[in-house]
Design a protein around this ligand. Structure first.
Ligand code: AMP
Ligand code: MG
Length: 403
């Protein structure tokens, strides 16, 4: 059995960042920039006011009152320079008129009869945003490899980039195996269950930034699995199968992969849930044989598929794996100690730090126990218990609520 981190390393070593494609700016959000973007103009592009107020000559305005010579709105060129004894009414973002070098907030001014009165002159530069002071033209704004979130989207928009180069997202084919499985819209017979893993894995794929393609169900028949797997390779970067990877009499996946000439990179992880994970290279495709048990299959995705999707998408290394925090236990946990054991549950962050509430069940077949969970705490192999209040590592897999 391979330790979790070793397996992650072996899997990530098989993945390369994908080539770039040009996509529409909004489609680029959640993706990773594949080019360096430089500022096409100075930013701000012209000296402008940071406030609604009055543009004045800080250096030579006489104390007391000034004549208001015009009103300058954002988007409008000032008509004339501000001379001694003068000022201009100016709005936020409007161009600073020649002669003026500071802006007095309107709240600090009494205005009447085309003149203003105020106390104390501001220093030169007060409330003025100088051309190029935030960012000069030609300077790099976003480096290749930057994840694009809302802030980056706004930066790209400010530079007129309606299309940007991002790394391609992986096409992920998903095949469920098992004679007991029926499709989502069929009514299961007395010895059948609905294929839920396909949807769970497709949802995880989408959440991780991949493009899922549901291939349906293959029976527990090596010939059928081989055929469907071969068909799955077409147009896919990654292939996920669930079920049939264990040691049961009808678990054919290891055999089928071997027959197809796949190079099995690893099989069986030192963890619970999710021990019977298989990872193989099949030509340029990567194949994950995930366990059939619903919790195991989803957990293996978070641990071993999501990092690969992230690396493929061009994310820098710190973004490949899910974050881990140390959290105090809300209740004790117990394990057999034979493998590293993960406990599903809910983590939250409050005034006194991270707190983890383990779920009551740890049965890997108990699909319902996944509702509302956002984290997995763990005990290392050889450790059989942790007490309430003890701090143990917790893998964050979902969103957490504000405390
Ligand atoms: P297996 O890995 O094929 O031995 O399956 C282990 C357990 O997971 C069995 O109880 C299966 O019925 C269940 N299972 C396998 N595939 C799926 C699936 N696609 N959706 C839901 N449960 C599944
Ligand atoms: Mg099966």
């Amino acid at each position: 059995m391979i330790p979790v981190e070793d397996a992650q390393k072996l899997i990530l070593a098989a993945v390369e960042a994908a080539p770039a494609e040009r996509v529409d700016l909004l489609a680029a959000v959640g993706r990773v920039l594949a080019e360096t973007v430089v500022a096409r103009t100075d930013f701000p592009p012209y000296d402008n006011s940071a406030m609604d107020g009055y543009a004045v000559r800080a250096t030579d305005a006489p104390l007391g009152t000034l004549e208001v010579i015009e009103v300058i709105a954002a988007g409008q060129m000032p008509d004339r320079p501000v001379g001694p004894g003068q000022c201009a009414r100016i709005m936020t973002g409007a161009m600073l008129p020649a002669g003026a070098d500071a802006v007095i907030m309107q709240e600090q001014v009494q205005a009447a009869d085309g003149r203003i009165r105020f106390e104390g002159l501001p220093e030169a530069g007060t409330n003025v945003r100088r051309r190029g002071s935030f960012h000069p033209a030609g300077a790099p704004l976003l480096a290749a490899g930057s994840p694009i979130g809302p802030g980056e989207a706004a930066i790209l928009a400010a530079n007129g980039r309606s299309f940007v180069a991002v790394h391609r997202a992986p096409a992920v084919a998903i095949l469920s195996t098992g004679d007991e499985l029926v499709p989502i819209d069929a009514l299961p017979g007395p010895v059948q269950i609905v294929d839920s893993n396909g949807y769970g894995l497709a949802a995880q794929t989408r959440a991780a930034g991949g493009i899922p393609r549901l291939l349906g169900i293959a029976n527990d028949d090596p010939a059928v699995i081989g055929e469907r797997l071969t068909a799955a390779l077409d147009g896919a970067d990654f292939v996920l199968t669930s079920g049939g990877a264990s040691v049961g009499q009808f678990d054919y996946l290891p055999q089928v992969l071997e027959e197809l000439g796949a190079e099995v990179v690893l099989y069986k992880i030192n963890m619970k849930p999710g021990k019977p994970l298989l990872f193989a290279r099949l030509g340029r495709r990567l194949v994950w044989g995930l366990p059939g048990n619903p919790v195991s299959s989803l957990f293996c995705f978070w641990q071993f598929v999501r990092p690969a999707i992230r690396k493929f998408q061009g994310y820098p290394e710190p973004f490949w794996r899910l974050p881990v925090v140390l959290a105090r236990l809300d209740a004790p946990v117990r394990s057999k100690g034979d493998r590293r054991t993960y406990f599903r549950g809910q983590v939250r962050h409050g005034a006194d730090g991270w707190l983890f509430q383990p779920n009551r069940t740890d049965n890997s077949g108990d699909l319902a126990s996944l509702a509302g969970i956002n984290a997995f705490a763990w005990l290392e192999a050889g450790v059989t218990a942790a007490t309430e209040g003890e701090a143990i590592p917790v893998l964050l897999v979902g969103e957490f609520a504000a405390a």
